[in-house]
Write a protein of this length. Structure first.
Length: 297
């Protein structure tokens, strides 16, 4: 994604949103055809080193990735990372597998085969989901790994959160993973996942905010993973999304307005995120991020 502010002095600033994808947005930033970009995955040190102007990462939202499923007459299910890894790697194949029954003793789990649904395209959802599974399961880390796109050993593919949600919705006995807001919009059943404390946490704005509260290793570098957060009350499959802004902006008008936009984003703008089922940054993490605005010169 990229964004541009117009040249010259204008009474109101026109911020143009271009939904072109993270990769294309970064390329546009490198070519200086946009003023800043947004990405679901942070830049590596190598990528930053190749850019003419060092960019700064500004975490904006906290998103939750939830396991969604289509099981008639079955309510909320509990999952662990180990069980999710076994399902999405094809080692658990039926809904009444002993591991699932032990986690959900009161649920009427059918003997039906599990139909796995995963993303066909590179995505933040896949990156966060597989990052979490790689932390929990040594076998997953070794055989499949983490990434925006991975070599899925089983399942049907769908491109984009809406398509994946729709495929799960129309396919009985299926399971997939989407961002929380898509699960809510499509009225899909979604599960609770056991966190680092051993609790099955509901993915809501409080649990997402808690996941981003581990800030000791993010005071100077905001690119860290927040999956499997050890924080109290955290939902374990959470991810940040970032605005990527050049640290030097030659145009004084754009410099002023981009800084003003960022200050708004970390104040009144946060309420918009809550209405869309995203989590927001909490103090002191949000304070550290807001302080970084001064580094844009």
């Amino acid at each position: 994604m990229g964004g541009s502010l117009p040249e010259g002095r204008v009474p109101r600033v026109n911020l143009q949103y271009e939904p072109i994808g993270s990769g294309a947005g970064i390329q546009a930033l490198k070519s200086e055809s946009v003023d800043f970009a947004a990405s679901d995955m942070p830049l590596t040190d190598e990528e930053i080193g190749k850019m003419a102007v060092k960019p700064l990462h500004f975490p904006t939202l906290v998103g939750a990735i939830v396991p969604v499923y289509n099981l008639p007459k079955v309510g909320t299910l509990n999952f662990t990372g180990e069980v999710l890894a076994a399902i999405f790697s094809g080692h658990i194949r039926t809904w009444n597998d002993r591991a699932l029954v032990q986690l959900n003793p009161t649920a009427a789990l059918p003997a039906s085969s599990i139909i796995v649904v995963h993303r066909a395209d590179a995505s933040r959802s896949t990156y966060a989901f597989t990052d979490y599974l790689s932390q929990i399961s040594g076998l997953w880390k070794k055989e499949i790994g983490r990434g925006g796109r991975v070599p899925w050993p089983t399942g049907e593919a769908a491109a984009g959160n809406p398509s994946l949600a729709e495929l799960v919705k129309k396919t009985p006995y299926s399971i997939g993973y989407v961002e929380l807001n898509y699960a809510i919009q499509e009225a899909l059943s979604y599960g609770y996942v056991r966190n680092a404390e051993g609790k099955f946490e509901k993915p809501d704005f409080r649990a997402m905010g808690a996941a981003a509260h581990v800030v000791e290793n993010m005071k100077a570098d905001f690119r860290a993973s927040i999956t499997n957060s050890p924080a109290n009350g955290a939902y374990p499959i959470c991810t940040l999304t970032w605005l990527i802004v050049p640290s030097h902006i030659a145009d004084p008008g754009k410099l002023r307005e981009i800084k003003r936009f960022l200050r708004w984003a970390y104040s009144d703008g946060q309420q918009i995120a809550l209405k869309m089922d995203y989590g927001i940054l909490q103090p002191p993490f949000s304070d550290y991020v807001r302080d970084q605005i001064a580094k844009i010169q």
